[in-house]
Structure formats: structure tokens, C-alpha cells
Design a protein around this ligand. Structure first.
Ligand code: FES
Length: 237
């Protein structure tokens, strides 16, 4: 069947975009990313979108599909097209560069702000193999989810708190903060506590849960945020 795709278009330098509908042959098994390829190859070579791996690994192809952020390369087009017009927009909470391409500058600024790497004052050879033993099962489980984050920004895009409060670092940066917050080897713990408790830190999260719903890798950012919040609350007792 021919699917109908209502896609947001915006040229560089424009502050407001428009919409364009494409009718594209949609075979079973085609991903939404393949529909984008067909539009660019057969209808409009100026159509801009981002992708790299085509296998839900690089995080480049995140867009909003019928109002919800997701990976175009992981989304089957036919089941959506059979239900009606498929509406595709760029990620929100980030500026648009062109068509479906979002500007990730603010996303990476939040990422850098939390210093997402282990900081050690000196080599601690004795705990190189045993540090995991100091973490509880729930933190080991959440840590394994956190490292699966592919930085697609779906969570940031659909976070209502980020829309209300642009200085909030957002779910992804909170996950990066979490990765080392409970790490017994980390020498920057005081920095991480201060960053979490700052007005735009993890404490700003209002538990909307959108981040959990849209994450394509089941990272569960809200769970990481809640672990941090629980620790902050225990300090204030
Ligand atoms: S193209 Fe890499 S995640 Fe979709």
C-alpha cells in the first residue's frame, strides 16, 4: 500500500516550518527510516534527516512519530500507515536545524556539565576488581541500563519539565550523573551531589515518566533519578 506521511519541513534560518505530505509505497518490513530514504531518493533530494547505523545503536535517527519520540530505524512503517496518516516531527526541546534534524548543542552541554566520566585522584589498584561488590543489586541493574544509553535525546525531547524549565539538565544528563554518583571509586562525589541538588539538577525532575516510556533502550532514566533523589533526601535527615 501507499502510506501517507505528514512531515515537518523547515529550511535553515527559518524560525517556523511548514508541513508536507508524501505518499510513499510502504512494503511490509520497511522501517520509517527507509521511508525517509525513499522520500529523499525519489521525491525530494533536499529532505533532511539524520541517521547512521540503521540498527538502533547510534541514536541519530530519533524523531517524533505521531507525537512520541522514537527511533525511525526501529519503527515499522506499515502498521502505522495502515492506521492513517503518519505524522513525523523533529525532536522537541531542541532547536531545529533543517526538516527533521535537531540541533544537539544544548543536549551535549548538559552531558558535559555533569562530567560523565570516572574521576580518580590516583590509581587504586586494590579496588579495580572489587568495586562492583560494593554496589547493591538494584544499583548494578540500573548501572547496566545506564550504559545502554545511546544518547538519542528521545527522553529530553519528550520531557515536560525540560519544556517548562530549560535550565533542567534533563533525563539523559541525569542518567550520566547517576553512572558515577554511587561509584565508590569516584573522587568527584561531592561535585555530583552538588550537581544533583542544584536547581537544574536531578531534583528538578517532577516524575512525568515520559522518559521511561520513550527510551528505546529501557534505560529507565526516572529510576536513576529517583535513586539520586533518595540519596539526597537521606542526607538532609
Ligand atoms: S540510525 Fe542509528 S539508531 Fe537509528
Amino acid at each position: 500500500m501507499k502510506g501517507r506521511y505528514d512531515i515537518y519541513r523547515q529550511r535553515p534560518g527559518e524560525t517556523r516550518g511548514s508541513r508536507q505530505t508524501f505518499e510513499i509505497e510502504t512494503p511490509a518490513g520497511a522501517t520509517l527510516l527507509e521511508i525517509f530514504h525513499a522520500i529523499q531518493a525519489d521525491v525530494d533530494p533536499s529532505f533532511a534527516y539524520r541517521y547512521s547505523c540503521r540498527g538502533a545503536i547510534c541514536g541519530s535517527c530519533a524523531v517524533r512519530i505521531n507525537g512520541v519520540a522514537g527511533l525511525a530505524c526501529k519503527t515499522q512503517a506499515l502498521p502505522l500507515a495502515e492506521k492513517g496518516v503518519v505524522v513525523v516531527d523533529p525532536l522537541t526541546n531542541l532547536p531545529t536545524i533543517k526538516d527533521l534534524v535537531a540541533d544537539f548543542t544544548a543536549f551535549w552541554e548538559a552531558y558535559d556539565k555533569v562530567r560523565p566520566h570516572l574521576e580518580r585522584q590516583h590509581e587504586q589498584h586494590d579496588d579495580r576488581l572489587t568495586w562492583r561488590d560494593k554496589l547493591s543489586a538494584k544499583h548494578l541493574d540500573q548501572l547496566s541500563r545506564a550504559v545502554d544509553c545511546i544518547k538519542c535525546a528521545a527522553c529530553l525531547s519528550d520531557c515536560p519539565k525540560r519544556k517548562l524549565m530549560p535550565e533542567y539538565i534533563g533525563p539523559q544528563a541525569c542518567v550520566q550523573l547517576y553512572k558515577f554518583y554511587f561509584d565508590p571509586r569516584d573522587a568527584a562525589h561531592d561535585f555530583r551531589v552538588a550537581e544533583a541538588a542544584a536547581p537544574g539538577g536531578a531534583v528538578a525532575c517532577d516524575s512525568y515518566t515520559n522518559c521511561v516510556k520513550v527510551c528505546p533502550k529501557d534505560v529507565r532514566p526516572l529510576r536513576a533519578i529517583n535513586f539520586i533523589k533518595q540519596d539526597l533526601a537521606s542526607r538532609s535527615k
